[in-house]
Design a binder for this molecule. Structure first.
Ligand SMILES: NC(=O)c1ccc[n+]([C@@H]2O[C@H](COP(=O)([O-])OP(=O)(O)OC[C@H]3O[C@@H](n4cnc5c(N)ncnc54)[C@H](O)[C@@H]3O)[C@@H](O)[C@H]2O)c1
Length: 310
């Protein structure tokens, strides 16, 4: 599907990735956004987009925003905390709002959905992990809800007239990334105490980081080139960055030389997958490759996040 001249709804379009996507699409699409603003910010929404503030677990909000004139729904709204205080409620909410969105799409005849899934669906899998790796054994309720939502999407694609793109993101970084993600957390910790950086776990957790601009390029490319009923793609970089290395990059960019203190253990928190690198060969076969390494993405995002604070 060509993404030009389309009527597009971005759920969670006031959030980190959704607002960057909206910025990318507004120049040649009619972009509408729905967001509860429990995260994200109305200030990130481009002026040309139409915004409804509302919670998608409310059926009235879903009816208001999913209308029969839409061409595609980018379904990004989710509670994304991997270390949620109430993971069971998070699981229920994320599935409920996705099911409501899909049911309403079917009811009014909207035929395309792009969904932001996550590397967490794989759990502790061998790397690089391809899309057809099985069995999928997530280790967090967040990962379980992404897998459940992918299953719901598959049902609507195969049993109803919906084309779906499910994107399994590595760690996406860039401007507007908020506390709870490692780079903003390290910046805040070093602003508070420039002499010491506390690192959760043993610092050897090793994951792939991708810049949000490349993430959006890759999504747009896949939507414009892949047209199976369900198109599942990993989005990431070929390389990884350890948490200790992120600490070094953040400290370098801040002009600091702190002592690192490790809380110990191989995970940052219960449910944290310590090692993640996704195979991106399937995306490569569509003709898209990332330019940045994982370290490049981390450094670029650190600079941008520091600039935001000026
Ligand atoms: N950022 C990453 O590294 C990453 C990695 C894997 C997957 N994802 C997924 O990508 C999507 C976007 O992530 P993000 O980093 O931009 O997160 P984000 O929290 O910045 O954006 C999500 C937006 O959804 C909104 N939202 C949440 N629940 C809602 C509800 N019930 N009704 C309406 N709006 C609601 C929030 O207010 C927020 O603005 C999420 O689905 C997330 O799970 C992100």
């Amino acid at each position: 599907m060509q993404l030009s001249g389309k009527r597009v709804l971005v759920t969670g379009g006031g959030g980190f990735v959704g607002s960057h996507l909206a910025e990318r699409l507004v120049s040649d699409n009619d972009v509408r956004i729905v967001d509860s603003f429990t995260n994200g910010s109305p200030e990130w929404v481009p002026a040309e987009a139409t915004v409804v503030e509302g919670d998608l677990t409310d059926p009235a909000v879903v009816e208001e925003v999913i209308t029969d004139d839409l061409d595609v729904v980018f379904h990004f709204a989710a509670d994304k905390a991997v270390d949620s205080d109430d993971p069971n409620a998070q699981f229920g909410r994320n599935n409920e709002l996705t099911e409501r969105v899909l049911a309403r799409m079917e009811a009014v005849g909207v035929g395309n959905v792009a969904f932001t899934s996550s590397s967490t669906v794989y759990g502790n899998a061998p790397q690089p992990t391809p899309e057809d790796f099985a069995p999928l054994e997530p280790i967090s309720m967040y990962g379980a809800s992404k897998l459940a939502c992918e299953s719901l999407i598959a049902v609507y694609a195969h049993s109803h007239d919906v084309t779906a793109w499910s994107f399994r993101f590595a760690n996406i970084v860039g401007p507007r990334l908020q506390l709870g993600a490692v780079i903003p957390d390290f910046i805040a910790k070093l602003e508070n105490d420039p002499s010491t950086l506390e690192i959760l776990g043993d610092g050897r957790q090793e994951k792939s980081y991708m810049h949000v601009t490349e993430c959006i390029d890759a999504m747009v490319h896949a939507i414009e080139t892949a047209d199976a009923p369900v198109n599942t793609y990993n989005l990431g970089t070929r390389t990884t960055t350890s948490v200790t290395r992120i600490g070094e990059i953040v400290a370098e960019e801040m002009g600091l030389d702190p002592e690192f203190e490790f809380t110990g253990g191989s995970q940052g928190w219960t449910g944290d997958v310590p090692r993640m690198r996704l195979s991106i060969e399937k995306l490569g076969a569509l003709g898209w490759r990332p330019e940045d390494s994982s370290d490049d993405a981390v450094r670029r995002a650190t600079r941008e996040l520091l600039d935001e604070r000026q």
